[in-house]
Design a binder for this molecule. Structure first.
Ligand SMILES: Cc1ncc(C[n+]2csc(CCOP(=O)(O)OP(=O)(O)O)c2C)c(N)n1
Ligand SMILES: [Mg+2]
Length: 559
């Protein structure tokens, strides 16, 4: 069938299951025209391309489907870079479609002429330069498959602007694509029965086993199997921030997030474990608190979809290349017929979280929503937890707000219930990431963004997108008037001196109202819960500007 290259791209995407694309127009108008004519894909106009990439990323994390964004050549493409780099570092499948300088004149340093493929090559799994219009359907199929298979990640499809409009006669078979080809992970690698048996034996012989769940456990959808495995064997479950949701965090056997930004009490417990079974974690410097957790004496078994990660950052006793869910399911099936004396540990493990809740967490005196303002972030977490339902999703930005959310906010729904930019820690991820997650809206819950005033200001224009498209995100800004994370680091390192960390207080609620969103201000701890409940009932986007203390340190940080 004869059609434009742009129509062929849209037809492949729509046949694969893509229903939303985030972007901003430019010299790829034919692509927009093709979406209009096909009618199956909703295009969401985002106000800055960086935000489009983050929105596609948030959409992918929340839905388990490929996220797609688009931008025009030159500056449109370069604006995507930060968002694509975050998706790459967090192993999230995002397809970026950009135009590039016209094929007819490229390479002559013409207007917006840029080697985009080289520019994106270090932050994508693959970057394709679509110079042959006859092969566009093939390369679009390949771009999708590449992003959602193996270790997921972003892919660039760079299309010369004149190629979008070229007409080609495509055979129908070019558009025959498996249903849900945009779901990730698309292919699951299974461990050998022998490896499964060996892990079961080691787990059985362990005195104090810990399951360490990373982002790969969420990517694989392994939360059900991990919870059952813990319940059967008595192993405690620790998560990285990317692994939050691998078990409900109010479960008896959940011991919370590990690492430099995790709970000190969790690190202590994991350090004393004799066996650590890691599912989908690459043991980054942050997640291991500088490779001090687990203990060197512990036997570490690492299961990862990427064989290059096995033993790369952490010395391991056994490495298995497999999908976290498929492996956990096989291990669970094997373990069911075995005795598990270790299951007696359950009350001891449960007491750990109970102690933490009362001493440091949302049941501690510091979290009580009493007294005069300004508000402490822990009070915000306690009130949010009380106001939100388990169905809701929480999204973080970078900075202390992410530590308050990651370390202290307990997700009650196992699954894709916590989203944060852990790969690169990009300030500015939060608002567009939450926007994308809310569009995906997999379980019908609300999407709550907990963000710092610094990171929020970097993408504040997306309030217009939220309002225009009536996307019901609840934005909670921790308004402390500074870049607190950076300020705390400078204070600790340079004898209390800080430079360029403070800015003037901004009335974010007024700004939200100017964009047409609802805007509320909280000055007193006692107002928190009722305000959040009211915000969660709003049918459209709403911002809660919480005036927080200018210096509040989360637990366990060392700079
Ligand atoms: C784009 C980007 N620039 C700089 C940084 C370094 N950085 C990490 S956290 C932070 C401060 C965040 O301030 P704010 O958003 O107000 O959050 P707070 O720590 O005050 O909660 C900075 C500057 C970053 N992670 N990303
Ligand atoms: Mg701040």
């Amino acid at each position: 069938m004869k059609m434009r290259v742009a129509d062929a791209i849209v037809r492949v995407l729509a046949n694969a299951g893509v229903r939303h694309i985030f972007g901003l127009p430019g010299d790829h108008g034919a692509f927009y025209d093709a979406m209009r004519l096909d009618g199956r894909i909703q295009h969401l106009l985002i106000r800055h391309e960086q935000a489009a990439a983050h929105a596609a990323d948030g959409y992918a994390r929340a839905s388990g489907r490929l996220g797609v964004c688009d931008a025009s050549s030159g500056p449109g493409a370069t604006n995507l870079i930060t968002g694509i780099a975050e998706a790459h570092a967090s192993s999230i499948p995002v397809l970026a479609i950009t135009s590039s300088a016209r094929l007819a004149v490229r390479g002559r340093n013409v207007f917006q002429d840029l080697d985009q493929v080289t520019l994106f090559s270090s932050i994508t799994k693959a970057s394709y330069d679509l110079v042959d219009p006859t092969r566009v359907a093939e390369w679009t199929r390949r771009a999708i498959a590449k992003a959602v298979s193996g270790r997921p990640g972003p892919v660039l499809l760079s299309v010369p602007s004149d190629v979008f409009g070229m007409e080609v006669d495509f055979p129908d078979r070019e558009f025959k694509i498996a249903t849900d080809a945009d779901v990730w992970p698309s292919v699951r690698l299974h461990a050998s029965p022998d490896d499964v048996r060996k892990v079961a034996e080691r787990l059985q012989a362990a005195h104090k086993p810990v399951i360490w769940a990373g982002g790969g456990a969420i990517a694989a959808g392994a939360w059900g199997e991990i919870t059952e495995l813990a319940e059967l064997t008595g192993a405690a479950v620790a998560t990285t921030f990317m692994g939050k949701g691998a078990i409900a965090e109010d479960h008896d056997l959940a011991i919370g997030p590990v690492g430099a930004l995790g709970r000190p009490i969790t690190n202590e417990y994991v350090r004393s474990a004799d066996l650590v079974l890691a599912l989908g974690s690459r043991f980054t410097n942050l997640d291991t608190a500088g490779w001090t957790v687990p203990a060197r004496t512990a036997q570490v078994i690492q299961v990862d979809i990427d064989p290059c990660e096995l033993g790369h950052q952490q010395s391991i006793a056994m490495g298995i290349c497999a999908d976290a869910r498929s492996f956990a399911a096989a291990l669970l099936a094997h373990c069911k017929s075995l005795p598990w004396p270790c299951a007696q540990r359950r009350p001891e493990v449960a007491s750990l979280r109970q102690r933490w809740l009362k001493e440091r967490g949302t049941q501690s005196p510091g979290a009580a929503c009493t007294g005069d303002g300004p508000v402490h972030p822990l009070q915000v977490i306690a009130a949010l937890r009380a106001a939100m339902s388990p169905k809701d999703t929480i999204v973080n930005d970078s900075g202390f707000n992410q530590i308050w959310g990651g370390q202290y906010f307990e997700v009650q729904r196992p699954g894709r219930s916590y989203i944060g930019p852990r790969g690169m820690g990009v300030m500015g991820f939060g608002l567009p990431g939450a926007l994308g997650a809310a569009v995906a809206n997999p379980d019908g819950g609300k999407c709550v963004l907990l963000v710092g005033d610094g990171g929020f200001m970097m993408v504040i224009q997306e309030l217009e997108t939220l309002k225009r498209l009536n996307i019901p995100v609840v934005v909670v800004v921790l308004n402390n008037g500074n870049l607190e994370y950076s300020k705390a680091g400078q204070t600790a390192r340079y004898n209390g001196h800080t430079t360029s960390c403070d800015f003037s207080k901004t009335d974010f609620a007024a700004i939200a109202r100017a964009f047409g969103c609802d805007g509320m201000v909280v000055n007193q701890p006692a107002q928190l819960q009722a305000t959040f409940e009211q915000a969660l009932r709003c049918p459209g986007p709403v911002l809660v500007d919480v005036r927080t203390v200018p210096s509040a340190l989360p637990d366990g940080l060392s700079f």
